[in-house]
Design a protein around this ligand. Sequence first.
Ligand code: CDP
Length: 222
Amino acid sequence: MPGYKLAIDGPAGSGKSTISSIIAKKLGWTHIDTGAMYRAVTLLAIEFHIDLNDEASYRFLESVQIHYDNNRIYINDRDVTEAIRTEAVTQNVSLASSFPYVRQKLVELQQIAAENGNIVMDGRDIGTVVLPHADLKIFLTANVEERAQRRYKENVKKGKQAHISQVIEDIVIRDQKDSTRKESPLRKASDAVELDTTFLTIDQVVNKIIELTDKKEINHGV
Ligand code: CDP
């Protein structure tokens, strides 16, 4: 069954994963967090002590399985959901995900994972590259201060120490790297609906997207 494909893209801290996960739960759909997959590759690269700047060193991907299931991310059978959130991973993920080889490997896995059923997939290139024919494409934004505040609060909740100015700097650097890289940079697909979430609550964003999903389904039937 092909099913409905919902693509959600946006910069760091725009709320993609949180929103996607809630929508999937509410609608009984499958959520795939592609950022978690790039983070898993980065975690392994760090653990293997490879030269992170050398694309050929990422060939270890030929012999590992990375998959996202039910809000958890796995490398083979190892659950790395918490391990991928460290500072070291965050600081190196934009580099690891800039290599065409790494992207090609993960995009392939993402497209296979999205083949069947109703899917909410979030990332940076879902509407442009991974699911160019998605039924609905959303591009989530929020101003950088708001995005940093959200990330800061998340960190504090998890007991992580970080100064707000450091969080802002991390986000600005990552946005810059993600949107200027040669391979599949972060950008809004021409047919995506842009949603500025700066002054919206999570519930408001979720409801707005579900509303758009309904509209699209109705339009499809016409
Ligand atoms: O921290 P945040 O949740 O905003 O980011 P993420 O969704 O976990 O993604 C981490 C990083 O993976 C991004 O900064 C990008 O460098 C990369 N990424 C990508 O290149 N393409 C995707 N489809 C998803 C993530």
